[in-house]
Design a binder for this molecule. Structure first.
Ligand code: 5GP
Length: 123
């Protein structure tokens, strides 16, 4: 796994160097709207610590960071009103998943019928 690069765009958002459309923040996580939304509601939830991916986060983050991150993720889904109609969470890592920003983040997609998880033709 490549080392964390603190010049990535989400690190810069966390440092306040560039703005974001914030929807939630606490000691462990920041959530903001994706700049290029793929669904009517498309929010990114990121931990405040420097982690590249879900596997990096799960290996190195403290129990408090992991709990805090997932509690924030659930709060964001509830606050967005996405629980009843439904939502999808997704995290990309690495080349095959086309990860664009190397700071661990979970996408929250909602606001429309999201279809099946993977199209049969994609298998
Ligand atoms: P990935 O492919 O790494 O899972 O997704 C990265 C996401 O970050 C993309 O959906 C992209 O639109 C979003 N993104 C990239 N740069 C920015 C930015 O500067 N601000 C915000 N809000 N989202 C960004």
């Amino acid at each position: 796994m490549s080392a964390y690069d603190d010049s990535n765009i989400f690190a810069r958002i966390l440092r306040g160097e560039i703005p974001c459309d914030k929807v939630y923040e606490d000691d462990y996580a920041l959530a903001f709207r994706d700049i290029a939304p793929q669904t009517p509601i498309h929010v990114l939830v990121i931990p405040k610590g420097a982690y590249v991916s879900a596997d990096d986060f799960s290996e190195k983050a403290s129990d408090a960071e992991i709990a805090g991150f997932f509690r924030a993720l659930g709060k964001v889904a509830r606050d967005l009103g996405a629980v009843e109609p439904g939502y999808r969470i997704l995290a990309n890592h690495g080349r095959d998943a086309h990860q664009e920003v190397p700071h661990f983040h979970m996408h929250v997609f909602a606001g429309k019928d999201l279809g099946r998880m993977i199209k049969p033709a994609d298998k």
